[in-house]
Design a binder for this molecule. Sequence first.
Ligand SMILES: Nc1nc2c(c(=O)[nH]1)N[C@H]1C(S)=C(S)[C@@H](COP(=O)(O)OP(=O)(O)OC[C@H]3O[C@@H](n4cnc5c(=O)[nH]c(N)nc54)[C@H](O)[C@@H]3O)O[C@H]1N2
Ligand SMILES: Nc1nc2c(c(=O)[nH]1)N[C@H]1C(S)=C(S)[C@@H](COP(=O)(O)OP(=O)(O)OC[C@H]3O[C@@H](n4cnc5c(=O)[nH]c(N)nc54)[C@H](O)[C@@H]3O)O[C@H]1N2
Ligand code: SF4
Ligand SMILES: [Mo]
Length: 887
Amino acid sequence: MGCSTKTTCPYCGVGCGVVATPMPNGRVDIKGDEDHPSNFGKLCSKGAALGETLDLEGRLLSPEINGKAASWDDALDLVAQKFKQTIADYGPDSVAFYVSGQMLTEDYYVANKLMKGFFGSANIDTNSRLCMASSVAGHRRAFGSDTVPGIYEDLELADVIVLVGSNLAWCHPVIYQRIVAAKAIRPNMKVVLVDPRRTMTADIADIHLAVAPDSDVALFNGLLSYISQQGAIDADYVARHTNGLPEALEAAQSLSFEKLVERTGLPAAELSAFYALWTGNEKVVTVYSQGVNQSLSGTDKVNAIINCHLATGRIGRPGMGPFSITGQPNAMGGREVGGLANMLASHMALEEPAHRELVQRFWNAPVIADKPGLKAVEMFDAVADGRIKAIWIMATNPVVSMPDAGAIENALKACPFVVVSDIMGKTDTVRHAHVKLPSLGWGEKDGTVTNSERRISHQKKFLPSPGNAKADWWQMAEVAKRMGFGKAFDYDSTAAIFREYTALTAFENNGKRDLDIGAYAEISDQDYSALKPFQWPAPMRKMQTTQDQRFFANGGFFTVDGKANFVAASEPSESAVKAHYPFTLNTGRIRDHWHTMTRTAKSPRLSAHIAEPFVEIHPSDALKKNIRDADLVCIKNGRSEIIVRALITDRVKQGHIFVPMHFTDQIAANARVDKLVAPATDPISGQPALKNTHVDIAKYPAKQFGFVVSAAKPKLSELSYWALAKAENGWCAEFASTDPIVDMAQLAYKMLQLPQQVQTLSYTDNALGLTRIAAFNKAALLGVVYLSRSPVAVSRNWASSQLGDDFSDLVSRWRVVAGRPASGVPDKGTIICSCMGVGINQIRDAVSAGCHTVNAVGNATCAGTNCGSCKAELKVIIDEYQIVAAE
Ligand SMILES: Nc1nc2c(c(=O)[nH]1)N[C@H]1C(S)=C(S)[C@@H](COP(=O)(O)OP(=O)(O)OC[C@H]3O[C@@H](n4cnc5c(=O)[nH]c(N)nc54)[C@H](O)[C@@H]3O)O[C@H]1N2
Ligand SMILES: Nc1nc2c(c(=O)[nH]1)N[C@H]1C(S)=C(S)[C@@H](COP(=O)(O)OP(=O)(O)OC[C@H]3O[C@@H](n4cnc5c(=O)[nH]c(N)nc54)[C@H](O)[C@@H]3O)O[C@H]1N2
Ligand code: SF4
Ligand SMILES: [Mo]
């Protein structure tokens, strides 16, 4: 074993500590860091599989100009010259940076400084606009600053936890497990889930409120009104520390209880039970995420929630408060340095002349942006219509993740100069770059991130830098130097950037601004390297105490008069949400993939859970549309169309469908769901409404369905439907064709990329419309293709596990053609526990054998015994299978 390094997970905003140990065989052993106060040694399935995502396959390892390898000097000279020329010809607002909550704080700080202080434009925006902008805007309206008042421990101390628009079990699994553990110790703790879908998180919920989409403002306005009726307002807190309750209450009371029932679609009894539970318990934490933020009324949703906490004075004390949980590992860090187009730096305001003067002076900058820049959606509009002529995209994949993704792609095609810094050589966005810059990835780069509870942790380097890849901050500092700003960007390390950034947070602060990390402004390189996780605030010369961990228990808001603002929250106008199509398309995440899958798709383990883009459809809608389980479905509206697999389930309500956001053109023929999503935004935050699109669905007229397992990456591009996934020792893919496939052998040879001289074995059943063909090289399986007139019925998991097995005898060869294991050899079925590789059939067998709890199934099969991310699903399978077995 090599040396172990304590670092931080690069995925979600929980910010788990990881211990990474490079092994002699080239792999990296990954464990949870028991000393890290966010996860105490736990990791979820994605964190646990990090070691499988670190190979160099597909990495961008050299700069490229117009598709040809180039030296760093040539690439950086070109970027500097183009940006300089464009600014000279068309002014500073003709250029833009589109950056990411996955950059480290040091990278982000440099990007923001360069754009706002040296280019003199605020045209820097980030994918956090798609993620946290409504929370930022809601915080600033209520508190005068973008402050998260609470900490994770509050979730363990609460008596009631309300999860609003958050699929915590899949998206913040380690927090979810902290709640599960707390509830096991204190079973009286209650959990409420507010989500139109019955997600896996519903497993822990005592009450699931399957609200109508975007009725959250109504729900929480109703709560505020109820709080007032019950006399539960904390009059003292309200009088001393807040403004505006009467106006907020008036707005809240505008809906009668009957109207509330109608608007939220909830039974009156459920609504009353929720209101009574919330109001009757002091220790309530209301956690919210993308079901709140990504909405036309996102900011008002945030304020409607905060209003209830302010009215009851339940904020900043142990076990209570509103809690915006962040998505990306450094969504918070980006907000802190000023990565959003409408912020300045270190939580200072762009619209505040004194703040602009202060930051300009601190940076010794020639200029300072004096008006907000373009927010993400507006930014790409400006790229499309030619106002922006040069854009630098870093650590984000907007051709997949932005609404109206087709238009984003067209905008980049039309843009005179596109620079993309990424770790991968081929992504849907990278393919449009004039200049590609290879970045260092996780384990290769070094810097800090801030998690959802304001805890700053170190992401450390423990791998050598591959090829010519360089850190993101270095790339920008080098361009800055070439544009004549050398003195201000002469950093020799991330420690130097961190010192400057933390000094800025403390600069002339004197308690006026929430964000103060001055205690670290003079940190040595050595101490930075050994930096332990800490929470802000951490002001200069003041040691952290527990009181400092939370904000606002005793007021002290960052508004002019120090008081918080209630905000009269309202819903979007009816014309804004007018539907032209019969189905509401909801989008979001699955358990084992991360965003556009550039990293998680490398792991066979993570790909085994869900390997294909899908749509959840209610059984009665499926019936109406003549769609059966595993059929292919075309989802369309005036904007575009995509093709995905049908998953029929009553987890969604009638008239609603759900599609994951993850699938790209690299992974599937046509499944980028954001091509369908309108670029409509919340009027205050500019955050797109990604959860509520109107579409129609139809059965896709596939004539043939196929499944392929292949040692080499299969060639699929000529087919109208395919979806690719990594398997152990190779690949597997689903595919379909609307035309009958006449020459199966030709298809197999092409798809598997077989040499002419190869042994094949095939089987055809004309009556059933089945054809199968397997190819071998000596004892090795090169691949097998299964074709059928209806969705192919073979065990995916078993078939893809055959690559690498010994096929010297004919029986085993026939077995792979048949797509079935030998009798007595268990077929695991779909993998549920990705860590231990346990499939659904094994879990069902354990239930049949008498294991009726998650722990019992764990003891029998090992499922759920490592990271535990699958425990919610295990419980659902156990419950459902027991019902089926009893029927
Ligand atoms: N596995 C995994 N985990 C991740 C990520 C990932 O890619 N994969 N990404 C990370 C990032 S960046 C983020 S931002 C977080 C997101 O974490 P979450 O916000 O938990 O995830 P989503 O699935 O986007 O959406 C949450 C839920 O909002 C619900 N919803 C939709 N409309 C409404 C509505 O009108 N009201 C309410 N109340 N709910 C609604 C959806 O049904 C969905 O279940 O996850 C982080 N963690
Ligand atoms: N329909 C719909 N759309 C959504 C959402 C939704 O819920 N529904 N959610 C939105 C949200 S909340 C988010 S956060 C976004 C996420 O969407 P994106 O940010 O577009 O997704 P990622 O796949 O995380 O993109 C990160 C990119 O950075 C690259 N990368 C990884 N590490 C590094 C590095 O160290 N340096 C550099 N330079 N590059 C690196 C990766 O290869 C990848 O190309 O999607 C948004 N889009
Ligand atoms: S919960 Fe999972 S993805 Fe999130 S930080 Fe922890 S290990 Fe990483
Ligand atoms: Mo996000």
